[in-house]
Design a protein around this ligand. Structure first.
Ligand SMILES: Cc1ncc(C[n+]2csc(CCOP(=O)(O)OP(=O)(O)O)c2C)c(N)n1
Ligand SMILES: [Mg+2]
Length: 181
């Protein structure tokens, strides 16, 4: 979360902490500072756990800018799996741009963006809009930040190793770290 206007403040749900925290936390933060513009950035899997809290933002007349990053599932979990396409990391495909309206939010600007150009346009509209904005950003299901890519490689390397004293020895650890660099 972040705010536009005044000094910036960021609250981070933290990697692998409880998912679903950010959406209700955004409501609390926006309610606590109604004169500032709150920005919520959430993965769509996390959002699906607590998305109903969007209705509270609408009910209280708050005007956040919400970004739902839709990569068709639990990428964080895919990165820990041997088979990244395993079905249990897929999630239901919601029609996100209709969600604010369905939850009673009046006059929200909504957009579904699939390219940087369309995202730029949506950002301009959201910034100038009198009301709240809710933007679904579509990304590739397997496109991951560098840290996640490293984690995935580490998992593969470690699982190929026989467990035991050799793997835990100084030379075993150095070999693993060497392969990771
Ligand atoms: C309450 C809870 N359940 C399950 C998990 C395990 N978990 C960590 S990240 C994640 C997937 C999050 O998906 P999404 O919000 O779509 O973000 P992505 O990884 O796709 O970027 C899950 C299920 C968790 N951290 N907390
Ligand atoms: Mg996701």
């Amino acid at each position: 979360m972040d705010w536009l206007g005044g000094y910036p403040t960021t609250c981070d749900g933290a990697t692998f902490a409880s998912i679903g925290w950010a959406t209700p936390a955004a409501f609390g933060a926006a309610k606590g500072a109604p004169d500032r513009r709150l920005i919520l950035i959430t993965g769509e899997g996390s959002h699906q756990m607590t998305a109903q809290e969007i209705s509270q933002l609408g009910r209280h007349g708050l005007r956040p800018i919400v970004f739902v990053l839709n990569n068709s599932g639990y990428l964080s979990e895919r990165m820990l799996c041997k088979d990244m396409a395993l079905g249990y990391n897929d999630i239901a495909a919601w029609n996100y741009v209709e969600l604010p309206h369905a939850l009673g939010c009046q006059g929200w600007f909504t957009a579904r963006v699939t390219s940087c150009g369309v995202l730029d346009d949506a950002l301009k509209t959201a910034e100038q809009a009198d009301g709240a904005a809710y933007i679904e950003v579509i990304t590739d299901p397997y496109e991951a930040p560098p840290m996640y890519k490293k984690l995935h490689r580490a998992r593969r390397i470690l699982l190929q190793r026989p467990l035991g004293p050799a793997a835990l020895s100084q030379s075993g650890r150095e070999q693993t770290l060497g392969e990771l660099r």
